[in-house]
Design a protein. Structure first.
Length: 162
């Protein structure tokens, strides 16, 4: 289970290994791994080590795995930069809920632009854990705020997209 999550969550790191990254500007307040932002997920998921390139972010009600440096690493496509985003909840029962009630929006920070909504969410099974899976596709590089809502739960983070 731990290996499966580590494999899925770190695919972007492998895909872009060796790519030179631009510095994240100070004007982009990315969500980085700190003592305050790290979340310890419920068992059987194990919290990441302090020096891990990724970290768990959120609360029991809604959490995901982010890059520790605040950078979104995805694959370029004709319509933007995309990567899967996996969301979890403690004691999740998503297989009983159709359609999933996760709503994810994202908007550029520091410049004019539209808010985007992820049109489709599906389920994922990782080991014995169920999760909500979606594709986040940022149309342009830059600073982006991502907000997820599931029933009464809310999580928001800022990321830099190269």
């Amino acid at each position: 289970m731990k290996a499966a999550i580590a494999f899925i969550c770190c695919l972007p790191l492998v895909a872009l290994a060796g790519k030179e990254e631009t510095p994240i500007p100070d004007s982009c307040p990315v969500t980085r791994a700190t003592a305050e932002t790290r979340y310890a997920p419920p068992p059987p998921v194990r919290p990441d080590a302090a020096d891990s390139p990724r970290f768990w972010y959120g609360s029991d009600e809604l959490y995901t795995n982010l890059a520790a440096d605040g950078r979104w690493r995805g694959m370029k496509s004709a319509s933007g930069i995309r990567e899967k985003s996996i969301w979890f909840r403690k004691d999740a029962q998503w297989l009983d809920e159709v359609p999933h009630q996760l709503r994810v929006t994202f908007r550029p920070l520091g410049k004019a632009g539209s808010m985007f909504t992820v049109p489709r969410v599906t389920n994922a099974i990782i080991g014995k854990e169920v999760a909500m899976l979606l594709m986040l596709e940022f149309p342009t590089p830059g600073c982006w705020e991502v907000t997820a809502n599931y029933k009464d739960a809310h999580a928001s983070f800022v990321t830099w997209v190269d």
